[in-house]
Design a protein around this ligand. Structure first.
Ligand code: BTN
Length: 243
């Protein structure tokens, strides 16, 4: 792994993408103590605090020629984060498609961005934000009901560098299991076990529609099967509104 470290950047994902275009190799890690424009999914911002959060992006260049494998990637990363947190004595769950929760609240966010050229994936940037040692009052008010930190759930401080190292190990293992295929393959059982979404009623925004139903199962390619008024639908990309 080549590691690049800065005190402050706009967003580690944006930084990693800029470096990717300049030829940075696969397995380059971009880590910053603070982000001025930390990005979440769907144009949202990502809140973090220097010294207390972990914000980094990993650039990989998988051998991937199809969109299909891309769909399962956030889940693969969610599994890696969960495995690392379990070694901290915690019980995380994965909210489809890419949040990691503890006690029903978000503890980590994952933002996967890929650059495709004529259907060929040139690189992928995996951005991970983890709420490590934040106190309840550190979060802005609008996040207090939905977000949590490792400190808050375990009552103790966690070592960010050990965590990072472990996270990278788990990412490496999970990405190896995934191999850029459409199929979640060997990771499927481990992933399904940790998926908080299954068995719950969900609302999912897909383009301009909202689909409502019971989340019944997950497909081998990472898509969610929902039962909407007796009709089974497969959803591969969307936004979970409530669960
Ligand atoms: C989400 O839950 O919406 C995804 C949040 C992803 C946040 C991380 S923090 C490191 C990386 N850099 C960013 O700007 N975003 C990701």
């Amino acid at each position: 792994v080549s590691v690049f470290c800065e005190d402050q950047v706009d967003s580690t994902n944006e930084w990693a993408k800029r470096e990717a275009l300049q030829g940075a190799p696969s397995w380059s890690l971009f880590i910053a103590e603070s982000q001025t424009r930390g990005k979440g999914r769907k144009g949202r911002s990502w809140f973090s605090l220097p010294g207390k959060s972990l914000t980094f992006s990993l650039l990989i260049r998988p051998n991937l020629s199809l969109w299909s494998g891309f769909t399962s990637l956030p889940l693969v990363c969610g599994l890696a984060v969960s495995l690392a947190l379990e070694e901290e004595g915690l019980e995380p769950e994965i909210k489809w498609p890419n949040d990691v929760l503890i006690d029903g609240k978000k503890v980590a966010g994952i933002l996967v961005e890929g650059d495709f050229e004529a259907e060929v994936l040139r690189y992928v940037v995996i951005g991970i934000g983890l709420n490590v040692n934040l106190l309840r009052e550190d979060f802005p008010e609008d996040l207090r009901l939905t977000a949590t930190s490792l400190l808050e759930v375990s009552g103790k401080r966690h070592h960010r560098l050990f965590l990072l190292e472990n996270l990278l190990n788990k990412l490496s293992k999970c990405l190896e299991g995934w191999k850029g295929e459409a199929n979640l393959a060997s990771l499927y059982p481990e992933l399904k076990k940790r998926l908080a979404t299954l068995g719950k009623r969900v609302k999912i925004a897909v383009s301009d529609k909202v689909l409502e139903g019971l989340a019944e199962d997950i497909d081998l390619d990472g898509s969610l099967w929902i039962n909407s008024e007796g009709e089974r639908k497969k959803i591969s990309w969307g936004e979970l509104v409530t669960s």
